[in-house]
Design a protein around this ligand. Sequence first.
Ligand code: FDA
Ligand code: NAP
Length: 446
Amino acid sequence: MSSHEHETYDVVGIGFGPSNLSLAIALEESRANGLEGGINSLFFERQPSFGWHRNMLLPSATMQISFLKDLATFRNPTSGFSFISYLYASGRLSQFVNNQDFFPTRQEFHQYLEWAQAQVSDRVAYGSEVTSVGLRPGADPELSDRLRLEVADAAGRVSRVVEARNVVISTGLVPSMPEGTDRDERVWHSSEFLEKYRRMNPAELRRVAVVGAGQSAAEIARFLYDELPHAQVWAVIPSYGYSVADDTPFANQIFDSGAVDDYYFGTEQTREAFWRYHRNTNYSVVDDEVIRDLYRRSYDDDVRGIKRLHFLNLTRVTDVKRAGAETRVSLQEGPGGGVRELDFDAVVCATGYTEMEPTRLLGDLDRYCLRDESGRYRVERDYRIVTEPEMRCGIYLQGGTEHTHGLTSSLLSNIAVRSGEIADSIVARRVEQNSERAARALSSPL
Ligand code: FDA
Ligand code: NAP
């Protein structure tokens, strides 16, 4: 290989969380295997090994979807990569069934994901962060059928350059902090919770605050209350109290794969109705069991004449300042209400995430990607960004498509079906390109 040639793949996946793991499996199982030469793929993951929200693997946290919504079953019920196959391989199938629970712990699901990734790990480069995706230097997009990706090692040095006919971006949600608040060793986002918590001496944590009223906040408040029996735990809640996540059967239909079509092909009003009526299936809501656990702890404390759990309702954090070992938090009580300040030993901002945003990664390539009137990417039904006609490579998104494909965009519910659709699209475009090439060869003069 000369210094100008690079490894070339049909598909390069950026990020190797559950979405691209599911794609690796879909490619493995798809008709790609019947295609001449097959579809070769490589996935880059910046973490040193597989990890799915490791900092939130709290002991009693459970999954928010049925175990049947695994990496493969909804696309291929006979897949060898299903959660049931994992249970069978682990010798726990009977025990799992005896347990009569659709919702495994996040720890067990993590073990399942690790088991699945081990079977495709020859296609994954860990400790590898993709820092840019672009055209080859000097390449005309109309003529070039490949994109060039730069990959940095753990030290941040560009260590590898590869080329791809298609990229599938799946870099995950982006942590969101209260405006103007920086993270440090005592101000944490929930996405870094366990890592930062373990660095502290628990005895030093006497007053801790947990900001937010979503699932992360409630789970962390429960964890801190249980782990730190000497501590006062303050929950800063923008609502009047935690609200329950609607996972009742009719509402749950919005996570069915068919709902993607209803959303994608629906009118603006249809899409707006999805959000108006069903945002409470996922955002700023908490599982019933965790809410009851917290209320029970608070009530039991009342009975014993102790006060360790404090709920500051209708309150938002507006500012966080560090003062020595303490952290001073400004709290706005109700819209237009007063602001008071409290000091804490640590503040956990379980303040949610924003959607995946690949603009920076795409750099100059972004100008070939078309946007709607609100400035959001236009995305085909097969999750490919709509590009200028001259662009011949496929840029697919797993995540960042809530505006086009609806609520499942950032969730696990539909990943088996979605990655199958992406795999099929890549194979179909490859077949089309092969036929075009063959037709050109036939029509060109000898
Ligand atoms: P995910 O974020 O998992 O993976 C993205 C990967 O890309 C990461 O491993 C990251 O390191 C890597 N990466 C980023 N940039 C990169 C780059 N430039 N180069 C290389 N690698 C890069 N949903 C659900 O349906 N049911 C559930 O039970 C839960 N539970 C849950 C718990 C918690 C604590 C959170 C925060 C979220 C959930 N979710 C969820 C929602 C969550 O988005 C979903 O479970 C998956 O993480 C989505 O998988 P992805 O692979 O898309 O992203
Ligand atoms: P989230 O649902 O978006 O909740 C963020 C919370 O922070 C909201 O209540 C928000 O209130 C609040 N908030 C934001 N800024 C604030 C401020 N300045 N002051 C006070 N409160 C503020 O985020 P999440 O709980 O991290 O959940 C994200 C996703 O992860 C969801 O899909 C969830 O289901 C998933 N998750 C799953 C598990 C599990 O599987 N066990 C565990 C954790 C998370 P407003 O809405 O009013 O802004």
